[in-house]
Design a protein around this ligand. Structure first.
Ligand code: FAD
Length: 518
């Protein structure tokens, strides 16, 4: 059975126990990737449960270094989460809700530690929002049963997507594997169920006695990053300025984008030198912003209530937020993509090159292809890369260097501040043509044409590749082929590590051989 089915079965088997177990002592909300108080389904339900029983709500966050390692979480992302926890702790304290943050080294020890804590606090009920990765669903299915056996209740809720995974089925009753018809159904479903966009209420204030009864929980410090995930002081300061943490920062960014840029999103979203996209991905990934709030806000700026009508920029932006839903739906339906397998099994036999010199040049932004190098350096510097450039560098890795897409997927997760398994896997699967609804394998980006089209004046390249800042005109896209070789060479900029036309042919042949032998 798929992991979601395991969770559903555990929920069904414990439903009666859940209905009959009285609330005692306290109710706990377990924060995961939903680090906000506003528009948070499980947090609100936990608060309601606590209020109805007249007991306090306690918030919990577990930091597991092993878990961070297993998920390849980037140090920049860990830093963002820890800073967010500081903000969250203050916000919750204003409601007299304590946030207890604990480090649990091994991830398999998380369930038993949570039960111990619940025992210490005398809590009967645990609430959390679902995470859709395989290990998380399995863990939560097991926990639901385990807590049930101990007379406790675990309530897991859908929250992270606008439309919960599993709801949308095609005419034949199956899950969609193509985005466009899925999106049409998504739009229809939301229109027919507008409550999906409604703002979920914030938690209520705890009884005053919580301050004295659980004083030690309020005093809980936010830990520093585990050793394997810590940043240098200089990086920490840079990321702090680039990605201010907390839900209020997400709302500020969302309002500014909705007021000033969303209307022109359609025209500007593909130009990496232009701040034409929302830069909200870090907030979606950490849950400092809910997808509901994002779509509701975008919709409120349109002159029609239709999600696929009115201003083109708003429509397109909503459809991008829907991509995030799409990839999570795919993950729930086809969980084997979590296991390093291509969505399309016929693409399992491609003979990839494992040329580490090429891989290192790609990682370090030294490929000799200026647009690729600019993008890879943006990633290293900001922990973020523009979507157009993510597609260009991913295509370059798989189709110019013939490197295994999983190497790129992993590297992205290790460096992205917005690293999200489903979206990252989806993006890599698309670019490498091995994923759900992918780019056909014979469609290979020409990095030079991409560069000329999306960075016509070379502004983006000059920003991120200082060696080329004095190169004039169109030579910026291909200095060695367009008369700026001497300047590039003097500045230490490398020559192209592959020749695109030959690389393209090699890749087409390798894909064809792989598919034919599959
Ligand atoms: P906007 O253009 O403002 O879009 C708004 C939001 O919609 C984004 O914040 C994001 O949550 C969602 N979104 C937009 N495009 C996509 C998409 N193609 N797939 C899924 N969701 C999307 N996005 C991540 O959040 N985490 C990742 O780890 C990630 N890895 C990627 C890897 C590759 C190879 C590719 C091609 C794309 C990847 N994306 C990923 C999708 C996309 O590049 C980023 O979401 C986007 O660049 C974030 O910038 P923004 O917030 O300004 O986006």
């Amino acid at each position: 059975p798929r992991p979601i089915e395991l969770l559903k079965a555990a929920q069904a088997d414990t439903a009666e126990h859940k209905a009959n177990t009285p609330v005692t002592g306290a109710v706990v909300h377990w924060f995961k990737m939903d680090l906000r108080t506003t528009d948070n389904t499980a947090l609100f339900c936990a608060s309601q449960k606590a209020q109805a029983a007249g007991v306090p709500l306690i918030a919990l966050y577990i930091l597991s270094p092993q878990d961070l390692e297993a998920h390849l979480t980037a140090p920049a992302r860990v830093d963002f989460m820890l800073r967010t926890l500081e903000v969250l702790k203050k916000g919750l304290a204003e409601l007299d809700v304590p946030l207890w943050v604990e480090t649990v080294e091994k991830r398999r020890e998380i369930p038993s530690r949570i039960m111990e804590l619940m025992g210490e606090w005398g809590a009967s009920h645990l609430f959390a929002n679902m995470e859709y990765e395989v290990d998380e669903l399995r863990r939560d299915a097991k926990m639901t049963r385990l807590l049930g056996e101990k007379g406790l209740v675990m309530d897991m809720l859908h929250d992270t997507c606008v439309v919960p995974p599993g709801r949308l089925t095609s005419g034949s009753g199956g899950q969609y594997a193509v985005y466009t018809p899925w999106f049409r159904t998504w739009v229809r479903h939301v229109h027919e169920n507008l409550d999906l966009l409604e703002l979920v209420e914030s938690p209520a204030r705890n009884p005053e006695s919580t301050r004295t009864k659980f004083a030690h929980l309020f005093a809980c410090p936010i830990p520093t990053a585990p050793k394997n995930k810590s940043l240098s002081k200089e990086d920490r300061e840079r990321y702090r300025a680039l990605w201010p943490a907390g839900e209020h920062e997400a709302m500020k960014r969302l309002s500014k984008f909705a007021d000033q840029a969303i209307g022109k999103y359609q025209q500007n979203r593909n130009i990496p030198s232009h701040p034409g996209t929302s830069n909200l991905s870090v907030h979606f990934a950490s849950g400092t912003l809910s997808a509901r709030t994002a779509v509701r806000t975008a919709r409120s700026r349109n002159n029609t209530k239709k999600l696929d009508g009115g201003n083109e920029g708003i429509q397109t932006w909503i459809s991008e937020v829907a991509w995030r839903d799409f990839y999570k739906h795919v993950l729930v339906q086809w969980p084997y993509i979590c296991m390093n397998k291509p969505f399309k099994p016929e693409y399992s036999n491609i003979e990839w090159s494992y040329d580490m010199e090429h891989f290192n040049a790609w990682k370090e932004g030294r490929t000799g292809f200026p647009i690729v190098d600019a993008a890879m350096r943006q990633l290293r510097s900001m922990g973020w890369m523009h979507n157009r450039c993510r597609m260009i560098v991913a295509s370059f890795l798989c189709k110019d260097l013939l490197l295994d897409w999983r190497m790129g997927e992993k590297y992205f997760m290790e460096h992205l501040v917005d690293g999200d398994f489903a979206s990252n896997n989806g993006g890599w699967g698309f670019s490498a043509s091995v994923g759900v609804d992918p780019q056909p394998y014979f469609r290979i980006f020409n990095p030079l044409l991409q560069s000329e089209k999306f960075d016509p004046d070379g502004e983006y390249i000059r920003k991120w590749v200082p060696e080329l800042k004095d190169v004039k005109g169109k030579a910026i896209h291909e200095p060695y082929g367009r008369g700026a070789g001497a300047l590039a060479s003097k500045a230490g900029y490398p020559k192209p590590i592959v020749e695109h036309k030959g690389a393209r042919e090699r890749t087409l042949a390798a894909y064809k051989r792989g598919i034919d032998s599959g």
